[in-house]
Design a binder for this molecule. Sequence first.
Ligand code: NDP
Length: 235
Amino acid sequence: MELKNRHALVTGASSGIGAATVLALHEAGAVVAAGARRTDRLGGDLNLTLDVTDESSIRAAVAAAVAEFGRLDLLVNAAGIMPLGPVLGADVTTWRQCLDTNLLGMMLVTHAALPHLVEAGAADIVTVSSIGGRETYPGAAAYHASKFGLYGFSESLRKELTGDGVRVSVVEPGYTETELFGSIGDAGLQAGIEGVLAGQRNLDPADVAAAVLHIVSRPPHVVVNNLQIRPSVQA
Ligand code: NDP
């Protein structure tokens, strides 16, 4: 029970990587608050309605977790969407949704949780970014902007908090079998990605959750600030 006495909040907990992380943290002994909009799909010790594009929803979820647990020392930011399509002629409302969810959502959840994480004395913030936070593919400009942004925000925050007991980490997965690809929007790009996924052994959400577990179970003098994990067949 490596994570006994840890109290966690996981966003994007209703499916995929977030849901697997809730399970992994729980199995390792942590008490876990799970947040998402589809609360019927949550499997945490505490299940919370959470829309990361809505500041009042974020504040209410963090307050509810702290009220229930008395403390918060682990935040996993896993909420995300992946609308894709060319910049030329793009419906820019999809850009706003992408940035609001993937980047600003993570920043606002982190902002709301941070006083409690600092107060805990020793805590972790783990954000699920993507290999697409370091490398780019055509047709994914807004998604890459959101994921590159996560890295900049997280690394600056890590340096800001160095010595304060709050470790800041970014996990960058490659192709993982989840529902994410249902949010692509562009039929051609969706078919292309689904073709790639169908032709190879991808990561399971549990593989990424195991990486999160590895990060948060390091001894206090170690921070894994960045961890890339990809299918062994993905270049
Ligand atoms: P899923 O679609 O399976 O899960 C996405 C999660 O995000 C759901 O729980 C969903 O919950 C939540 N979410 C979406 N919008 C909001 C919102 N506005 N407020 C709160 N929660 C929201 O996809 P993944 O598990 O794959 O995605 C998790 C993260 O992993 C994402 O950030 C994604 O970019 C990243 N990632 C995924 C990869 C992959 O290949 N699958 C590769 C690299 C990174 P609900 O709809 O119930 O609110």
